[in-house]
Design a protein around this ligand. Structure first.
Ligand code: NAG
Ligand code: NAG
Length: 245
């Protein structure tokens, strides 16, 4: 039996194949229950490049990394390399029973003075479906697990040290295009191992920030907004699901 197991292991590993890398400005890659996208939407505000690699993927969990070198335009976002869940969407906030998520990440390398966040980007709207950052969007909810180099979210800070889901956050609020942005920024530095129920944030937004419980979760993305610097950000495991009542 031992011999069979030893022989079987490489076959299982080969089932996923080699890691796949994307380099184009708006390249995307199917990634099990997710989609990995480069999303280098702000390239014109600086100079540099980025590539993103899918390391493993299943219906529930994805592992990936992104490597970037960005200079100039220190206050402008160059990119949001991210994974989008194919399944965690289309549920009205009042019908969410739970939204468990787990994200383990680290910087494999990082230049001095890097300006970047590591963040969820969650989109709400009045319709059950809608693409992120479009006319269908009512709210953009960011959760910053890291914000390095003095960068700030959209708008202005409206709370300090707010406790949600076992962590403390400074909440920022402001408009962008046709939607409102609410950004929870970790007030205790980087959170490299994040295991929470996102519904704790959704309930807070309804009870304390006037978000209508009839809003639908339209998309949940996780990734990194890079401003300037060179880094490789590695997600060793990420999962999210949206459970209806
Ligand atoms: C993965 O998801 C697809 C589409 O929802 C489903 O058909 C398939 O059974 C799932 N596979 C596993 C192993 O859960
Ligand atoms: C980033 O990488 C580029 C290209 O390798 C290099 O020229 C630049 O000096 C690096 N910047 C920092 C801040 O390390």
């Amino acid at each position: 039996m031992q011999i069979i197991r030893t022989l079987a292991l490489p076959v299982l590993l080969a089932g996923f194949g080699a890691a796949q890398t994307i380099t184009g400005q708006f390249d995307c890659l199917p990634a099990g229950g997710f989609q990995l996208c480069q999303n280098v939407w702000g390239a014109r505000s600086g100079t540099g490049s980025q590539q993103s690699t899918l390391n493993s993927a299943s219906n529930t969990t994805v592992a990936w990394s992104t490597t970037y070198n960005w200079a100039n335009g220190p206050n402008a976002v160059k990119s949001y390399a991210n994974v989008l869940s194919n399944a965690a969407k289309g549920v009205q906030l009042q019908n969410v029973a739970s939204a468990p998520t787990s994200w383990n990440w680290n910087y494999a390398s990082q230049s001095a003075g890097i300006r970047a966040d590591v963040s969820y980007d969650i989109w709400f709207g009045t319709a059950s479906s809608g693409q992120p950052a479009t006319a269908a969007s009512s709210y953009e909810i960011m959760i910053w697990l890291s914000g390095l180099g003095g960068i700030q979210p959209v708008g202005s800070q409206i709370t300090t040290g707010t406790s949600i889901a076992g962590h403390t956050w400074n909440l920022w609020k402001g408009p962008n295009s046709n939607w409102q942005v609410l950004s929870f920024v970790s007030s205790a530095g980087d959170i490299n191992s994040f295991n929470v129920d996102l519904n704790d944030f959704f309930k807070y937004l309804i009870q304390e920030q006037g978000v209508a419980p009839t809003q639908f979760v339209q998309a949940i993305q996780t990734g990194t907004e890079a401003f300037t610097g060179n880094a490789t950000l590695v997600t060793t495991a990420y999962s999210v699901s949206l459970v209806s009542k």
